[in-house]
Design a protein around this ligand. Structure first.
Ligand code: HEC
Length: 233
């Protein structure tokens, strides 16, 4: 919040005023709950999927109570995974090289008198994010390179160049968990001019869709169960 507000603050007096209501914003954010999946869920299949999740995913992503039940008893490991383990596009992680300068800038700024950051990044990587409400947040990975959860869990089905079919938020794909997409026959460079901005081209720097292959070893039944379980988060 400090970083974000420093982009639109013109004076120390204004920063003081904004800082006064940070606690209120924090309290509001803590009160937010992820949306409950609005379509039918096969409870038996989801229970089978929970076992897969606990065995294969929970070590990094934590454990969850059903979205409807609040967050009692949930766990969250908050792990930073090095690039050679996670294998996703390295561009953003490597940008953390300049993190030290950013921390120094922060500590010497107005906000430095309120808190001094001492955070050092041990190695470039990505944090395994909490998955509450993740069914609603396609596309996936930090760069939004994978259009659906089904494709995230089966890496050889991820499209190299794709676009959403439409921008209609009512048109949700319940079988793949994401927005309907089509693989495009063109990338960004050879797309028709009116299509260019809609095409996700994984050959572009920072846009790679590799890595996070933890779903690949599952069989089709386990994967279907896991997807059903993810609807409950
Ligand atoms: C070794 C740790 C690890 C394991 C095991 C793991 N993940 Fe992840 N997961 C991560 C990390 C790290 C990211 C962030 C990667 C990125 O954005 O580049 C991630 C990202 C994700 C995302 C995307 C979140 C988003 O908002 O885009 C989903 C969904 C996900 N994981 C589900 C799973 C599921 C389901 C399993 C079990 C099959 C699993 N993960 C196993 C570490 C792990």
């Amino acid at each position: 919040m400090m970083f974000a507000s420093s982009l639109c603050t013109d004076s120390v007096a204004e920063a003081d005023e904004i800082f006064e209501y940070f606690d209120d914003i924090n309290a509001y954010i803590r009160s937010l709950r992820s949306p409950v999946y609005p379509f039918a869920i096969d409870a038996e299949l989801a229970a089978a999927g929970e076992a897969v999740f606990v065995a294969r995913c929970a070590g990094c992503h934590g454990t969850y109570a059903p979205a409807a039940a609040g967050d009692d008893g949930e766990t969250y490991p908050n792990l930073l995974l090095p690039l050679d383990v996670i294998g996703t596009d390295s561009t953003v992680a490597n940008a953390g090289e300049n993190y030290g300068e950013m921390v120094q800038w922060f500590n010497e700024s107005y906000y430095g008198k309120i808190v001094q950051l001492e955070v050092e990044l041990p190695f470039p990587g990505y944090v395994a994010p909490p998955l509450d409400g993740v069914w609603a947040t396609a596309p996936y990975l930090h760069n939004g390179s994978v259009p659906t959860l089904a494709a995230l869990l089966e890496s050889d089905t991820r499209p190299a160049r794709w676009r959403r079919v439409d921008l209609d938020s009512a048109n949700y794909d319940q079988s793949t968990l994401g927005w309907p997409f089509i693989a495009t026959p063109y990338g960004q460079d050879d797309a028709p001019a009116d299509q260019r901005k809609f095409v996700y081209d994984t050959s572009k720097p920072g846009h790679g869709n590799g890595g996070h292959t933890f779903g690949d070893a599952l069989d089709a039944g386990e994967r279907a169960a896991l997807l059903e379980y993810i609807k409950t988060l």
